[in-house]
Design a protein around this ligand. Structure first.
Ligand SMILES: [Zn+2]
Length: 384
């Protein structure tokens, strides 16, 4: 009898695992995978000033190829629980739809991957032809200091070598089968600081108003596109998100103005080349203004998993099960894939994004069955 992803997902949704709480979610995963023959390790990471967070690594089989399913069992808070049609941690099913915080992001996909693994093992004599593992963190939605980065390092230190990774984040905008993520844009924050000379607003010739300069510099930074996109990426974009002077007095010219911005960038850039490009634009528009850019550290550089056999395997499985041909995309925000890509090629495919992080987060039971079938098909093709 095939495993029941809806029952697994329902049980996971009943675990109140709001980051950093484990909430019983990893216990459940450990029980299910342990019973199927996986070797399960629970790893707790600590960092001064942050809550300890539990993580899990489970593996079955020997040798290559080694496919790792990655994901998280922590969830964002429910917000106003009274606004939900069904309580956020009750795992109720109504009219074929499962409700609960984490239904699509991403306990649903974790349940589907477990069900698919159980089915695959049952169909192949209890072991994969290679190695199948689960790398699950409890620290994805929070500050993420005790999660995937440390778990990957921990796994590498004990000799785990992954050939490919399937990350189960919700990737589909509207319907299951819409979209695979084969990469992610990078993200970089900065603050443009313009210094002037304070003075009385009635004597501007004796002052140097930084507001005049920052308006011109901000327009220059946002003016022309940073590039024209690349084979797999949209054009890089700089967005100013705040211009701050902090001046409470209308008749005083302030001494300083600041503009915060974020850049989402493609694989044409490195951090260094991007900073140089933005600073050259500012310099060209400076007209003598005194300016600098304070760059924040970032661990989100752009990456892409080149289309090839692994991407084909995932895409073909999706086409077979859903009848839809997914777009290979690098759109959207960052994900833990940016850490995994340093260890092996990673592709993301999960549920439909629409209700994630919202009130009444929910997933049709039919989508859980279909995603399980997709994962099962990926396992079957991957392990031949
Ligand atoms: Zn997620």
């Amino acid at each position: 009898m095939p495993a029941d992803p809806a029952a697994l997902a329902r049980d996971l949704l009943r675990c109140p695992s709001v980051t950093p709480a484990e909430g019983g979610a990893l216990d459940l995963v450990a029980r299910v995978l342990g019973a199927a023959g996986f070797t399960v390790e629970r790893v707790t990471f600590s960092e001064p000033g942050f809550a300890d967070v539990e993580n899990l690594f489970a593996r079955i089989g020997e040798g290559g190829p080694h496919l790792v399913f990655a994901g998280h069992t922590d969830v964002v808070p429910a917000g106003d629980a009274a606004a939900w049609t069904h309580p956020p941690f009750a795992g109720e099913i109504a009219d074929g739809v499962l409700y609960g915080r984490g239904a699509v992001d991403m306990k649903g996909a974790v349940a589907c991957a477990m069900a698919a693994a159980l089915d695959h093992l049952a169909a192949s004599g209890g072991r994969p032809k290679g190695t199948l593992s689960f790398l699950l963190t409890g620290d994805e939605e929070g500050v993420a200091v005790n999660g995937t980065v440390k778990l990957l390092r921990w796994a590498a230190a004990r000799g785990e070598r992954f050939d490919h990774c399937l990350l189960g984040e919700p990737t589909n905008p509207d319907a299951l089968g819409d979209m695979i993520k084969i990469g992610r844009r990078g993200s970089l924050n900065g603050t443009l600081v313009v210094s002037g000379t304070a003075g009385h607003v009635a004597y501007p010739q004796r002052a140097d108003n930084p507001v005049r300069h920052i308006v011109r510099l901000a327009a220059a930074l946002m003016g022309e596109p940073l590039d024209h996109g690349t084979e797999h990426f949209d054009p890089s974009n700089l967005e100013i998100t705040s211009i701050d002077v902090g001046n409470p007095t209308v008749n005083v010219i302030p001494a300083e103005a600041r503009a915060r911005f974020n850049i989402r960038f493609n694989d044409r850039h490195t951090f260094a080349s991007l900073k140089a490009l933005v600073e050259a634009r500012a310099a060209a528009a400076a007209q003598g203004a005194r300016w600098r850019i304070d760059w924040e550290p970032s661990n989100a550089d752009a990456f892409v998993t080149a289309p090839g056999a692994f991407v084909d395997t995932v895409r073909d499985a999706i086409v077979m099960v859903t009848g839809r041909t997914p777009v290979l995309s690098t759109s959207g925000g960052t994900s833990d894939a940016r850490f995994i890509k340093d260890y092996c090629p990673v592709v993301e495919f999960g549920l439909v994004q629409a209700s994630m992080h919202g009130v009444d987060e929910r997933v049709p039971v039919a989508d859980l069955a279909a995603l399980t079938a997709v994962y099962r098909e990926i396992f079957a093709r991957y392990f031949g």
